[in-house]
Unconditional design. Structure first.
Lengths: 462, 176
């Protein structure tokens, strides 16, 4: 039975987009645009964030040794000879204004990346189904194909945002500032200059373009092959899908890793983590699987996908559970080593997050680990739809907060808040995502024909 | 009247599964089924209750977690505080991340080992125990279904079992 996009769903998607855009605009107008407005705002809030300008010494105003190190020194209340750079009032206001100017961009960036990564990871999960010849999943392959429809618009939006950053329309990516790598400049940053062979705008955009082209090429081929397999009399196209999936997975795991360094880790250009790619991968994977489960249950509740049974939902919920644990494992592996070794250039990343982003930082752990751990541990609960839906919504929100925590400290710093620009961006991209995904689901029958594993999937029983 | 059981042997797990379902349909009492390997879905076909070992596993895991917390608190905080890597052991919570691997390992250790021991005890398995297996061929390539034949017509039962595909049927008097 073909899926028809209901008017209500379409309307809901457009309402989300419209409300999101309005909320964004309302809050955007209220953000301070000049240093006077920042000063007025701070006076209204009782004079300055964090108290004392020494603590706000930041990589924009410190040189050579790296701004992050100063923050450690000041955070620990130790006198640090080199970190003694004190901001003047003007510098502080200028700096804070920069953070406010980054705020709407970062809000868009977080929301755009969040939905983009769902589509990308869904494509990887889809490829895994083909590469591993999974017998349980062919019934939900079309759902995955539908979700990956967002990849093209999502990745183009991401590229647009990166391009605007590269053109210095916004200053989210601190390392893009040419003054930092110009020797003799007062803002010269030795660490960033040392990385400039890799972190420079043209190479950065070329990498992004190659990755986006590669991912979208695979999606185009995968859909073409599965479409041809529907009309085929033998398994020729299925075998092609298998080969394409295997090749894509190799491409994906490298490009995903590099993408996460480029698009997220470089927002904190002094900091690095060798397992960052895996960490982002685990987060995007759990979001993608959760989205597959949610969309499947939505379609099923509307009377589609009648062959999908409890066991399919159970399997998806198992993946949600497993990848939540996997995410936690990577999160903790990253955190504990940095926390224990306490090296200034590494540990600032977490000091900033724990001091300035305390609530989202710890709330995220509860939402992404404790909650799914307890809710989805029981085998029977994984078959109860509303349990899976509840866990899924919390997991998705938790990983949104995770991306928020990755992006905001490097761009907005202490001036963060979860306001209308963030909510508006989230709603806007949610609406766009819903519209693109469900619209693409109408294009093809929801049940693949002639897939050699479809019978196994129909009789799948745990 | 002495109690009797019938041993019906099968050579294929699919045939066995069907036989179990047929026997259940006739409301025969299946004492036990011996198989050389786990047969998927056999427990449901026999009408066995779902296992509760997962619940014990969860409880053992909680015990392990508690042991780890108390142990590390005693060793690292109360009994012999040390300054490791510039992190003096003044309070448990500030040093907690360092103990997480231990908490995790002991949770797994307790859950796994106690679960296995529970399984052995529940299945009445212990060292030097005489095997209950009625026919050694079930450890190789045969499947054996044991049916309570007390008060039943043995010949009629045997005919029924042959019709389900049994390759061999033995009437055994219980020795107890």
């Amino acid at each position: 039975m073909d899926y028809k996009l209901s008017k209500n769903l379409k309307l809901t998607a457009f309402i989300f987009m419209a409300v999101g855009a309005i909320l964004f605009a309302v809050d955007y107008v209220n953000l301070p645009k000049t240093t006077q407005e920042v000063a007025a705002l701070e006076a209204a809030h009782g004079g300055g964030h964090g108290g004392g300008h020494e603590q706000t010494s930041h990589d924009t105003t410190t040189e050579g040794h790296g701004g992050d190190a100063h923050e450690v020194a000041s955070a620990h209340g130790e006198g640090h000879a080199e970190g003694g750079h004190t901001m003047s009032k003007e510098e502080h206001l200028e700096h804070t204004l920069g953070e406010y100017q980054n705020k709407p961009w970062s809000a868009i960036y977080v929301a755009a990346f969040f939905f983009f990564m769902i589509a990308l990871a869904c494509l990887a999960f889809y490829a895994i189904q083909y590469a591993s010849q999974a017998g349980w999943s062919p019934l939900v392959l079309r759902v995955m194909e539908g979700i990956t429809a967002y990849l093209l618009p999502g990745s183009l939006i991401m590229f647009g945002l990166l391009l605007l950053s590269g053109l210095h329309v916004n200053h989210m990516f601190h390392w893009m500032d040419p003054a930092l790598v110009e020797e003799g400049n007062e803002h010269y940053d030795k660490l960033i200059a040392g990385k400039s062979g890799y972190l420079n705008v043209p190479f950065f955009l070329i990498r992004a373009a190659i990755f986006i082209a590669g991912w979208n090429l695979y999606r185009y081929l995968a859909l073409k092959f599965s479409k041809n397999q529907d009309e085929a009399s033998d398994n020729r196209w299925h075998k092609k899908s298998f080969k394409a999936a295997a090749a894509f997975l190799v491409f994906f795991i490298y490009t995903e890793s590099i993408m996460s360094w480029d698009w997220i880790m470089s927002l904190d250009p002094h900091w690095f983590s060798t397992l960052f790619g895996w960490y982002v991968f685990a987060g995007m994977m759990v979001c993608a699987i959760t989205t597959i489960a949610l969309v499947t249950m939505i379609l099923k509740s509307q009377g589609y996908l009648e062959k999908v049974n409890d066991s399919h939902i159970h399997d998806l919920a198992k993946f949600m559970f497993a990848f939540s644990i996997f995410w936690t494992y990577l999160w903790f592996s990253q955190f504990m080593l940095i926390w224990y070794s306490n090296i200034p250039e590494e540990v600032t990343y977490y000091i900033q997050r724990i001091e300035d982003y305390n609530l989202p930082f710890f709330a995220m752990l509860g939402m992404n680990f404790i909650f799914p751990l307890l809710i989805l541990m029981n085998s029977d609960f994984k078959r109860v739809n509303w349990f899976v839906v509840m866990a899924g919504i919390i997991i998705l929100l938790g990983h949104y907060v995770d991306i928020f925590n990755m992006v905001m400290p490097g761009t907005v710093g202490k001036s963060w808040s979860f306001g209308f620009v963030e909510i508006g961006s989230l709603l806007f991209f949610l609406g766009l995502f819903i519209y693109v995904v469900f619209n693409s689901l109408t294009k093809r029958p929801l049940e693949p024909k002639n897939n050699p594993l479809i019978e196994e999937s129909k009789h799948f029983h745990y | 009247m002495a109690s009797h059981v019938i041993h019906a042997l099968y050579t294929d797990d699919d045939v066995l599964m069907n036989a179990v379902k047929e026997a259940k349909k006739k409301h025969l009492h299946i004492n036990e089924v011996y198989t050389p390997f786990p047969v998927h879905g056999l427990d449901k076909a026999m009408g066995l209750e779902p296992t509760r070992i997962a619940i014990t596993s969860f409880m053992y895991g909680c015990v392990g977690l508690t042991v780890a917390i108390l142990m590390m608190n005693f060793i690292m905080i109360e009994d012999w505080p040390q300054d490791i890597g510039g992190k003096p052991s003044f309070s448990y919570i500030e040093n907690m991340p360092a103990f997480v691997p231990i908490m995790f390992e002991l949770t797994v250790f307790f859950a796994a080992h106690l679960m296995v021991i529970t399984f052995y005890m529940r299945s009445k398995l212990w060292p030097f125990k005489k095997a209950e297996n009625p026919d050694v061929r079930t450890t190789d390539d045969h499947f054996l279904m044991e049916i309570d034949a007390t008060g039943q017509d043995a010949q009629e039962l045997a005919d029924f079992l042959v019709s389900t595909g049994a390759t061999e049927i033995n009437l055994v008097a219980n020795e107890e």
